[in-house]
Design a protein around this ligand. Structure first.
Ligand code: 13P
Ligand code: SF4
Length: 301
């Protein structure tokens, strides 16, 4: 084991810290983590954590969610500039304006959003819980922010609800075109296309399976198919290639990379453990409001 890994593992025990990583994180970061998961799993693991310190290897909204669910703990985001461009597309003012226009609607907010946006929403969801959350709400009208692609996917699944979409999207997933999906399928005709619901509707229409990062991994792990086209960030492809060396695993398009997710280094994780990073701090009003929305989500599962 190299020096930095040894230091991280021994300091992690000394500091009573839990290291969590998203599936899009660089593999060396996933390898030193206590658990790896999709956004929903990470939120639940943070909520149940017994450790005093949580190091969330991912992007800002993930570390903020951990802090919101565990306000008494010290939560670090190793790469402090790692954000989510989709989360930055919606503001609390946008949500309040939609609420004024649709006073009977409930607001469902994708966790890929700021704490301030969560605080003015009724309930949060992740890609793996969105359908269930929307079904659980008594209101017929639902304002869904910020991801129009995930919102449109849920609207198709739950036609009895009127879903009011916001014009946000993930620049990484939304960049996959129908022709990318068609070309990948033509090159590998007997492969299963597994897509994340942040992809455009026309891409999802070509998919054999649609689900969160964890859902895509589970599908490929348990399927008897031999070939898979992965319609999400390259981290999922890398995990599958390593786990299933006998199977053919290709990305739906080249350079399917979330640059923010790739910012975390082992040095950044060590910096958290050595007190060289600032823990996540949120204003009390955002913390309280966002906690209600996130806890409602976690309680539904
Ligand atoms: P998951 O909840 O599926 O892990 O997705 C998070 C994300 O940021 C997808 O781009
Ligand atoms: Fe945000 Fe897209 Fe990156 Fe996920 S892949 S963190 S939605 S920018």
């Amino acid at each position: 084991m190299n020096e930095i890994k040894k230091k991280i593992l021994s300091l992690k025990n000394e500091r009573n810290a839990l290291i969590l990583a998203h599936y899009y994180q660089p593999l060396p970061v996933q390898d030193i983590s206590d658990a790896v998961g999709d956004s929903f799993a990470l939120a639940k693991l943070a909520q149940k954590a017994e450790q005093d310190t949580i190091i969330l290897c991912g992007v800002r909204f993930m570390a903020e969610s951990a802090k919101i669910l565990c306000p008494g703990k010290t939560v670090y985001l190793p790469s402090e500039s790692a954000g989510c461009p989709m989360a930055d597309m919606v503001t609390p003012e946008d949500v309040l304006e939609l609420k004024r226009r649709y006073p009977d609607a409930a607001v469902v907010c994708y966790v890929n959003s700021s704490a301030a946006v969560k605080a003015v929403s009724d309930i949060c969801c992740t890609s793996s819980s969105a359908e269930k959350i929307v079904r659980s709400i008594p209101n017929r009208q639902i304002i869904f922010v910020p991801d129009k692609n995930l919102g449109a996917y849920v609207a198709k699944k739950v036609p009895e609800k009127e879903i009011i979409l916001f014009d946000g999207f993930c620049p990484i997933h939304d960049a996959v075109s129908l022709s990318d999906a068609a070309a990948a399928k033509q090159a590998l005709p007997d492969a299963k296309l597994l897509a994340h619901p942040e992809c455009r509707p026309e891409v999802l229409s070509q998919a054999d399976y649609i689900g969160s990062t964890a859902g895509i991994l589970d599908y490929a792990r348990s399927s008897s198919a031999q070939k898979f086209i992965v319609g999400t960030e390259t981290g999922v492809c890398e995990i599958l290639k390593r786990e299933l060396p006998g199977k053919t695993i290709v990305p739906v398009k080249e350079n399917f990379v979330c640059p923010d997710m790739k910012k975390t280094s082992l040095e950044d994780v060590l910096a958290c453990l050595e007190g060289r990073r600032n823990p996540i701090e949120l204003p009390e009003n955002e913390l309280l409001g966002a906690r209600a929305s996130l806890e409602r989500m976690v309680d539904i599962e």
